[in-house]
Structure formats: C-alpha cells, structure tokens
Design a protein around this ligand. Structure first.
Ligand SMILES: Nc1nc2c(ncn2[C@@H]2O[C@H](COP(=O)(O)OP(=O)(O)OP(=O)(O)O)[C@@H](O)[C@H]2O)c(=O)[nH]1
Ligand SMILES: [Mg+2]
Length: 283
C-alpha cells in the first residue's frame, strides 16, 4: 500500500503555485538534508524548470556530514543547480545561501527581487524565513503543515520573500520513500502507523548506523539482530510498558522516532547519492 496524505490546503497551494512561481524571480527550495532527493517534490521539479533556483539542504546540523557533502556535489555537478547546506537557525548560513541565489537574478538594484520559499512540509521553510528576517514573522512547529497560507516579508537588500505551505503529492511511492519521509517528520503521524515507521527506522539504523544506536542506547550492546527485538529492548529498558509488564510497542516506537527526529540518535542521513538510481530520478 502506498502512503497518502494530501490535505485540502496542499491541493489549493499546488493549484496556486504554478502562476505564483511565474511572478517571482527565484525559488529557494528547502529540502531536508537527511533525504534531499526524497524530500524534493516532483511537481516542483517540473514547474521550476528554467527558473533561478537553489536547493537548500536544511537541518544539516542533524544530517550525516559526509552524505551532505556528497549531495552538494551531486546537485551542483550532476544537476547543475545552486545548492547549499544550512542549519535554519544560523543567520550567517541562511543569508549567505539567499545572497548566492539573489546574485543570479538579473535586476536593476532599484527593483525588488522576489524570492519564493518552497518545499515539502516540515523542512524548515518558516524557520529560515524567521532567521532571515531576524524576528519571528512566521509560525513554526515540529509537526508538518504548520503554514497554511502564503505570506510575504520584506528583507534588507531590497528582497521580498514569500513563505508557502509545504506540499506533498497525492500518492507517495514507493513505500520506502514514504517511510523515510515519515521518519523525517514530513508526513503527519496520523497517516502512517508509528510502529511501521519505527520498524523501518530500526532496520535502517541497524544496517547503516549501528554505532549511533549503541551510543544512544548503551543497553543494546550487543545489538539485536532484528528491528522488532530492538524496539522491544528499547521499550523494556526505557519503561514503555503496559499493565502486566508487557512492552507498549506504540510508546517504544514513539520514543525511537522522537530520538531520531531530534538528532539525539546522532547525525543520520536516510539516503546518499549512491543509493539513488539517477535514471529514475524525480525529473
Ligand atoms: N535540527 C534542526 N531543526 C530545524 C531546522 N530548521 C527547522 N527545524 C525544526 O523543524 C521543524 C519544522 O520547522 P518549520 O519552519 O515550521 O517548517 P516548515 O517547512 O515551515 O513546515 P510547514 O509550514 O509545515 O510546511 C521545527 O521544529 C523547527 O524547529 C534546522 O536547521 N535544524
Ligand atoms: Mg511553515
């Protein structure tokens, strides 16, 4: 089964975006550095063709630095796109990225540069906007679909920047991509079962980041061989129990997902350029 989560405001935004994009000079596309390709919306890839744009790999502070470096090379060399890795709360990084993008806009300095911030939910679009503005102009939150309407803010340097609601696409496939997106926090927790996300995450961590697991959960040394036992062991050790002393899988799953999303499990990336068959890219 594929993952579906496409609330009404996303459809509305999608419908408005095409004409809105034609009225701006450049697109600041905020993707999640932990899965920069899976968090790129195929619809945006299509309608952004020919537009000045930049891929901003946000949340680089909690992504695997080696993978992030490989992604920057992939986007700039193989895709010939401007790309930057940032932490959305660091003003210098965010401003530097925006300046590189705006420098591509052919304009008379007297004319405002119009930049639109686009991307899927929860990648940090509004956080970056607040950082650039130097004050809280947009609501942020650690759940997807916080921003519901487009919003314009004037920045110094004669720039108008537009925040937009994060949009997904109606059917997310393959399921592994949906699960990675759910693990990152881009899909509402109501759309995918916690236990399935935790199972996916546990399997992935066992394969790719066993040291991070032992660091965060020292009681897991030696590591269990399968994801289900891992979830169960974390639940038992952290007191996620039901009446009668049985492990509460829902709670144990939530705990692992929270640790993963917050970076407490270490700097983890869900994909690297080598994982991707470039021929089946989002284009
Ligand atoms: N670790 C880390 N967390 C970040 C970063 N940027 C944003 N966040 C967190 O990510 C969550 C989502 O941030 P928002 O700015 O609301 O994301 P958004 O893209 O505007 O989300 P929608 O409006 O729902 O599309 C919040 O909990 C932020 O604190 C970052 O660079 N690093
Ligand atoms: Mg937002």
């Amino acid at each position: 089964m594929n993952i579906q989560w496409f609330p009404g405001h996303m459809l509305e935004t999608k419908n408005q975006l095409k004409s809105a994009i034609s009225r701006v000079d450049a697109l600041f596309e905020i993707v999640d550095a932990r899965l920069p390709l899976s968090s790129s919306n195929p619809f945006l890839e299509k309608i952004a063709r020919g537009k000045n744009r930049m891929k901003v790999l946000n949340k680089a502070d909690i992504a695997d630095p080696e993978a992030t470096q490989a992604w920057l090379e992939y986007f700039s060399r193989d895709r010939e796109l401007l790309a930057a890795a940032v932490c959305g709360t660091r003003a210098q990084e965010a401003s530097h990225a925006l300046e590189s993008l705006v420098s591509q806009v052919d304009r008379n300095r007297a004319r405002k540069a119009k930049v639109m911030v686009v991307g899927i939910p929860n990648t940090g679009k509004s956080t970056i906007l607040n950082t650039l503005a130097g004050r809280k102009v947009a609501k942020t939150g650690n759940v997807p679909a916080v921003t519901r309407h487009q919003q314009r803010t004037s920045l110094k340097g004669n720039i108008d920047i537009y925040d937009t609601p994060g949009i997904l696409w109606p059917v997310i496939e393959p399921r592994q991509r949906g699960l990675a997106l759910a693990a990152s926090g881009a899909i509402s927790d109501t759309a995918v079962d916690y236990h399935e996300i935790a199972y996916f995450a546990a399997q992935f961590l066992l394969e790719r980041y066993p040291d991070c697991l032992v660091e965060r959960y020292p009681f897991l040394d030696p590591l269990p061989g399968d994801p289900q036992t891992l979830i169960e062991s974390v639940g038992a050790a952290r007191g996620c129990l039901k009446k009668g002393g049985h492990v509460d899988y829902q709670k144990a799953s939530q705990l692992i997902i929270r640790d993963l999303r917050s970076g407490r499990l270490g700097r983890i990336s869900f994909e690297t350029p080598e994982d991707i068959n470039i021929d089946h890219d989002t284009d």
